[in-house]
Ligand binder design. Sequence first.
Ligand SMILES: *[C@@H]1O[C@H](CO)[C@@H](O)[C@H](O)[C@H]1NC(C)=O
Ligand SMILES: *[C@@H]1O[C@H](CO)[C@@H](O)[C@H](O)[C@H]1NC(C)=O
Ligand SMILES: *[C@@H]1O[C@H](CO)[C@@H](O)[C@H](O)[C@H]1NC(C)=O
Ligand SMILES: *[C@@H]1O[C@H](CO)[C@@H](O)[C@H](O)[C@H]1NC(C)=O
Ligand SMILES: *[C@@H]1O[C@H](CO)[C@@H](O)[C@H](O)[C@H]1NC(C)=O
Ligand SMILES: *[C@@H]1O[C@H](CO)[C@@H](O)[C@H](O)[C@H]1NC(C)=O
Ligand SMILES: *[C@@H]1O[C@H](CO)[C@@H](O)[C@H](O)[C@H]1NC(C)=O
Ligand SMILES: *[C@@H]1O[C@H](CO)[C@@H](O)[C@H](O)[C@H]1NC(C)=O
Length: 452
Amino acid sequence: MSAVLFLLPFLFSFLLGRGNAQCTPQGSLSFRSPVTVAQGLSATVISANLTTPRGITIDSLGNILVIERGLGVTAFTDHDTTCDGWLRSVVVQNPSLTQGIQVHDNFLYVSTSGEVLRYTYNPEGRNISGPPVTLINNIPPDGELTTRPILLHPPEHPSIILVSSALAENIDPTARDPSSGRSQIRAFNFSSATTPAVQNFFSGSLVAFGIRNPAGFAFLPPQSFDSLWVVDNGASIDNVTGLTSAFVNDNPADELNLVKTPLFNNSSRNLFYGFPDCTTLWNPLADPVGDPQFTHLRTGAQFSLNLEPDRNDSWCVSSQNNVRPRLSFQAHSVPLDLKFYFPKLSPKRSNEQSTSSKFSRDWIGDAFVTFHGSFNRVPPTGYGVVRVPFSNSHPTANRFSNAGYTFLIQATNLTSCPGTCIRPVGIVFSEQGDKLFVTSDSSGELFVLSSE
Ligand SMILES: *[C@@H]1O[C@H](CO)[C@@H](O)[C@H](O)[C@H]1NC(C)=O
Ligand SMILES: *[C@@H]1O[C@H](CO)[C@@H](O)[C@H](O)[C@H]1NC(C)=O
Ligand SMILES: *[C@@H]1O[C@H](CO)[C@@H](O)[C@H](O)[C@H]1NC(C)=O
Ligand SMILES: *[C@@H]1O[C@H](CO)[C@@H](O)[C@H](O)[C@H]1NC(C)=O
Ligand SMILES: *[C@@H]1O[C@H](CO)[C@@H](O)[C@H](O)[C@H]1NC(C)=O
Ligand SMILES: *[C@@H]1O[C@H](CO)[C@@H](O)[C@H](O)[C@H]1NC(C)=O
Ligand SMILES: *[C@@H]1O[C@H](CO)[C@@H](O)[C@H](O)[C@H]1NC(C)=O
Ligand SMILES: *[C@@H]1O[C@H](CO)[C@@H](O)[C@H](O)[C@H]1NC(C)=O
């Protein structure tokens, strides 16, 4: 590397620091708070001081696109001609964007709390032209959680878009009725016509409801329409009658749910995943003295919050009423994104330099989930990214397991969290499968995991 090239990043960060683009020189950053990384992996911060980075995706040229909540969309480009490191540039200025982001061809799809928008996007210039068009409106825009994840499907030639909504309040009785529009996923046919007609959220085909905060979802196999895997956050049940504080410190579980489609025929299966009435046990022995009624049950068991007399424990246990999760995560982990690992066998772009090797072949077909972590547990948990091993398109662990996943990275000193700990939100694999990019919202970091 020549001396001139070496100096360029500093020159550019000086020149562009207050403008549209900023260069972060290679290897110049460290985590704000220590992290513990699984053996064989390394973790590197590639950009910092971001504005609440949430959803993440990668465009056709390998630019990483991130929702910075309160700002808009930013692009991160590796080894741009002007930057020996990662160049950050602002693509969209729109403080209403929340989390959802997808990109396909020359279109960028994003969500606000009430709408799905589409921008015309140029990956070469990392810029948009013109104002966005509204694809979907009338998503219930309020509530405690305004993340509105979206998913284009199938990946190569998308013909549908899935859109999710969340609760009005922590334990939301209205979510019981799918016509509330709360805590559900709907599917929409869409076209890439220049001016598509706006579709009302309530006109979408109901895919599932009673999923409290369907924050991340993906199909497996990736091209299929058959099996949608969805992560969900359990409610805080601190104020539910009859439960002790020791019990709620370790319950309910967060969930990995399997939604069996057909997407456009909701008459053939049960679409109700329990919220607000039924929830999932994580630790049966959390308080054997105060809450002995759980001690004979297993992790993954369904129990009722007894909000309605007829939706009691027996009602919740019946799969005709309530679809139970396929796998449980520790209470208060707060899963916020889910991606499966399917590296491209031969990279499309021959000019792209690959500086690290692919992840283990054992990872192929496994799920990867971010844990945002929660204030609501002593000591804290989450604050990391986990791998959920899959075999034959299902989690390898059985549905009663409390050990169905392992951490790839986690905040080292959980007692100090949230503080400046990592709080992972969005994840995306590089196309070649040699990197896993992760946003961390409250610490303002974008980091990457790679194989050592
Ligand atoms: C982030 O912001 C802080 C405070 O404004 C500043 O001290 C620090 O240098 C910034 N770091 C980077 C990588 O820009
Ligand atoms: C976007 O970038 C392309 C390629 O660099 C450029 O030709 C185009 O003029 C830019 N468009 C806008 C709206 O800035
Ligand atoms: C979407 O398209 C599918 C396949 O063409 C069709 O079966 C379905 O009825 C459509 N659904 C809606 C809600 O438009
Ligand atoms: C099925 O979907 C239709 C239209 O999308 C909706 O009117 C109906 O309530 C749904 N049925 C159930 C059981 O959710
Ligand atoms: C439980 O009730 C207390 C007192 O009303 C309230 O401050 C707290 O926010 C409630 N907790 C939850 C998780 O709803
Ligand atoms: C929906 O599924 C049910 C049960 O599998 C089937 O009887 C019905 O014909 C299907 N409807 C459509 C429109 O495909
Ligand atoms: C739940 O309610 C049903 C119907 O009211 C009743 O038959 C059953 O015994 C109840 N189960 C429990 C565990 O209370
Ligand atoms: C972990 O964080 C807590 C709370 O900030 C602090 O008191 C403790 O000293 C830290 N432990 C270590 C080993 O750094």
